[in-house]
Design a binder for this molecule. Sequence first.
Ligand code: ADP
Ligand code: MG
Length: 199
Amino acid sequence: MLDADFFRRWLTVAAASVDREAEHLTALDSAIGDADHGTNMQRGLTAVTAALREEAPDTPGAVLMLAAKQLISKVGGASGPLYGTLLRRTGKALGDAAEVSEEQFAQALRTGVEAVMTLGGAAPGDKTMIDALVPALDALGDGFAAARTAAAQGAEATTPLQARKGRASYLGERSIGHQDPGATSSALLIAALAEANGE
Ligand code: ADP
Ligand code: MG
């Protein structure tokens, strides 16, 4: 079972991983965007870990809703509201249970990813974070480690795609040949799930 501690650990591990990869994320965003994705994610997750330390929410749902609030208010750019929606809708779907099963979490995360697709209008293949998140969901039934592999492969598979959503879409065909920064940060978030679970 996954409790509030697990979800706090997830976001703390994710923040550390984004710190390590911030320059890489920004370099990817400088090729097909405006070179701020690493700093956006760093600012957001730093606020998340600070809020979690201060408020210590005691259910999985409350941890995710608090994190969402920070991302929505602290991250400028498209990714803040999108990741905020992901965590808010996932957290809401978990309700106020003290512990949730991996299966319940997988189902809640699906609700969250669907909300991101509704908000941003992106489908798989549009070269966005969705291209890492949907494969992760589809693999989650086989565990967090399988989801990590699927998300990383999904992020890599954005390289030959032409962007159809977000800032990169303004480049048209020139967006081809670069890995999507948001798909890359999504793969980091999914990898952090496996790490937080000791996998
Ligand atoms: P901005 O593009 O406003 O500078 P960021 O650089 O922080 O914001 O985030 C860019 C990432 O956000 C993209 O690489 C892409 O994965 C994701 N993204 C942008 N627009 C959308 C959308 N409509 N749906 C899903 N993801 C999107
Ligand atoms: Mg950007």
